[in-house]
Each structure stands twice: as structure tokens, then as C-alpha cells.
Design a protein around this ligand. Sequence first.
Ligand SMILES: Cc1cc2nc3c(=O)[nH]c(=O)nc-3n(C[C@H](O)[C@H](O)[C@H](O)COP(=O)(O)OP(=O)(O)OC[C@H]3O[C@@H](n4cnc5c(N)ncnc54)[C@H](O)[C@@H]3O)c2cc1C
Length: 419
Amino acid sequence: MYDLIVVGGGASGLMAAGQAASRGAQTLLLEKMEQPGRKLLLTGKGRCNLTNVGSVQQFIGHFNPQGRFLTQLFYLFFHPQLREFFEELGVPTEVQRGDRVFPKSENAREVRDALWGWIKEQGVELITNAPVTDLLLEDKRVKGVTTERKKFYAPAVIIATGGAAYPGTGSTGDGYALARKAGHTIIPVRPALVPLVTASDTAPQLQGLSLRNVQVNLWVEGDKVDDLFGEMLFTHFGLSGPIILTLSRQIVDYLRADKNVVIAIDLKPALDHPTLRNRLLRDIEEMGRKQFSTLLEGLLPKKLIPVCVNQTGIPWDKKNNQITAQERKRLRMWLKEGFRFQITGHRSFDQAIITAGGVDTREVDPQTMESKLVRGLFFAGEVLDVDGDTGGYNLQAAFSTGWAAGRATASSLQQKTGS
Ligand SMILES: Cc1cc2nc3c(=O)[nH]c(=O)nc-3n(C[C@H](O)[C@H](O)[C@H](O)COP(=O)(O)OP(=O)(O)OC[C@H]3O[C@@H](n4cnc5c(N)ncnc54)[C@H](O)[C@@H]3O)c2cc1C
């Protein structure tokens, strides 16, 4: 018999288990894989973008609308507390570009190992290779869990099984079935922060090319609905990179609603049309006797030149002083708006950074993470219907919800024992 069982040893489960045990709760952590925190090792391309130093309001703006659920919690445990927590575990952090926080070592393994060491010190009992298959429930109270081999009993259970993204790390969406069994509503889950598939063979031709300082304009059913400035990448199937992943959260929903989705890349976002017109006129005058391809070398990465020649229809070997006003306009329009991709789909959960959807936050207490439907049942991390952009937002949400659930279970125990 334990005071608490935590299901899942990812970011949120490790935090929850350690918090509860450090407050005296007899805690069992059941992890499906052979080691806890496998996804943590992959975060931030192995560097682990732990959090971000934005304000609470900025943070909430980086989540889906249900992210508002996290507001109260962020006023209790946010990036200063998280950074202090890791500092105390011997993992100092630093702020990098985009207000992102990383461990100074830039080593995700250090973060995972520090958490693992910490839960051991707090006396958490960890059982690995122990997938939880069912919840034990009685009269709207949780009594424990079942694994493939055994039943474990406790008056409190935290479901911290993560989402369904990157299933190879152990996060295969098991928590949704467990929550459903307890009567919870599951907002349909779908991949988010996921690369996009395009129709033509242009993206595959450009595979590996990364564009910085471009603006991506999102067109849905002929209307421009959003834009984002930053870095993107071409792949063998379509588009990826930070700004594409961020836009993918809404694009997946548009595609599911059968909408026509087009991405138009503004390759010269710093220049408005009149400025670009003057720049082209000047360049053409200076390079009048040279070929059109030489003009493009000053405007575009090498790999893009054949695509531009093909899509504008201006011969690569045409002398610049023979380029007509109409061709000049065609080039300018292409650079600003004409480089377009029809989006036909998105990659699967295997390549999604995060899961959208999950346990309906209206059925969960925003301060304690306790279920409003079943006593003693708590949720933490990505299993909840909150998903954020890249930039450290998702890990902060996992750590904050884990912190809250772990402390809440320990304090309800203290109330019972009167200690
Ligand atoms: C490649 C990649 C890079 C990322 N980089 C960043 C980043 O730099 N910054 C950031 O903020 N976010 C990042 N994220 C997102 C972030 O990793 C997740 O949002 C976060 O790990 C969620 O934490 P969690 O504890 O909810 O779930 P997870 O970390 O997924 O942990 C869930 C755990 O539960 C276990 N489990 C599942 N089912 C069961 C079961 N039935 N029984 C027992 N155990 C079970 C799993 O094995 C797993 O160990 C990244 C995600 C990916 C895929």
C-alpha cells in the first residue's frame, strides 16, 4: 500500500513523484519503459530547452486557448522557481536567443539524470518496464492501478503518461484510455508541432535548404489568416523548421476540416514592394550585361535559383538589360508572394513534437490538478489538453503541473494524518 502512485516517469511524473515524496508521501513511480525520461533526452535536439523567461501572459499566448487553465498555476510555480529548482539539483541554466532557457551544459541527459537522482534521494520507489493497463476505481474514488503483472494500491494516482507524440519514447497515449475509464472527456488528439506535406516536387528538390529571416504567410480558402517571421526548412516530403511547426498547430485543424491551405513564402520581408522595386532596378542597371542568374545570386540561396527561373519563366541566361518591365514585376511578385506551396497533409505522431487535445481541462482543478470527477485522481503534463509552441513552453507546463499534482497529493495526506 502506497500513499501515491505516479503513472509515467517523464518530465511531469518525475517532478510530481519527487515533490510528493519530499513531503513525506510513500510514492511509487511506475514507468513503462526500461528507463524514465526517454523523451527528455531528445528535447531541444539533445540540449533541452527547459523553459522560457517570458511573462505569464506571454506564456499563455503561446498555448492553445485551453492554455488559460495554466494561468493560476504559473503564478505559483513558473520559470524562476524551475530554474532555482534545477540550480539546487546542480544544473545551472542560462538564457539564450529567443528568451529560451537551457542547462548551461546544453546536455539534456544532465537534466534527466538530475531528476532521476533526485527522486531516488527523496525515497521514490521506481519500477520500470511496468506499463499501467487499468485504474482501480470504487464509488468515484481511485484505489490503485493494474499493470500487466500486478495490482498496486494507493488512495491517490497521478496520470503523467504524456501524449501520443514520438511513441518510441513510451508516450503512446495510454493515459487517454485510463482517463476515459474514469469518466473524463478526451478532446480529440491530433499531432501538433508537426512537419507539413506539400503537393509539388519543389520542396523535395530543395531538401536540406534552410531559409532564415523569411516570412511565411498562411492562406486558407483564399484568405490570409496568419503570418510568422523566422526560420524554415525544406524536406524530402515538404516543409519543416520552427515557423512551420508553430503554424502547423492550426494547419492540422484546417486540413481536418477539409480547407484549402497554402503557404506563401515572402523571401524579402524586410523590403516592401517599392523598396524591392528600386533595389531590382539598381541591381539590373549595375549588372546590365550579365546574365539573369548572376542577378539572382545576389538575391537568393544557390539552390533556389533554378526554382525561381522555372517559376518566373525568365530565362537564366537572359541579359539583365534585356529584362522587360513585366518580367521585373514578375520577379518582384515571386520574391514577395509567388513562392507558394499547396499543403496536402502533415506527418504522423511519429514526427510530432507534441499532442494537441487530451483530458478536458474543465474537468480538472487548475490549482491541484485533481480530477473533478474522481477523488484522488490527478493529471500532469501533456496528457492534459494544453499544447504550446516550441520555445520551452511545453516542458514548463509539464513541470508546473507535475509540481502542483505532487504537492497536492502530499498535502491531502498530511491533512488526513494531521501531521
Ligand atoms: C523531439 C522532441 C523534442 C522536444 N523538445 C522540447 C523542448 O526542447 N522544450 C520543451 O518545452 N518541450 C519539448 N518537447 C515536448 C516535451 O518533451 C513534452 O511536452 C514533455 O516531455 C511532456 O512531459 P510529460 O511528462 O507529460 O510526458 P513524457 O515526457 O512523454 O513522459 C511520459 C512518460 O510516461 C510513460 N508512460 C506512458 N504510458 C505509460 C503507462 N501506461 N504506464 C507507465 N508509464 C507510461 C512513458 O514511457 C514516458 O516515460 C519535445 C518533444 C519532442 C518529441
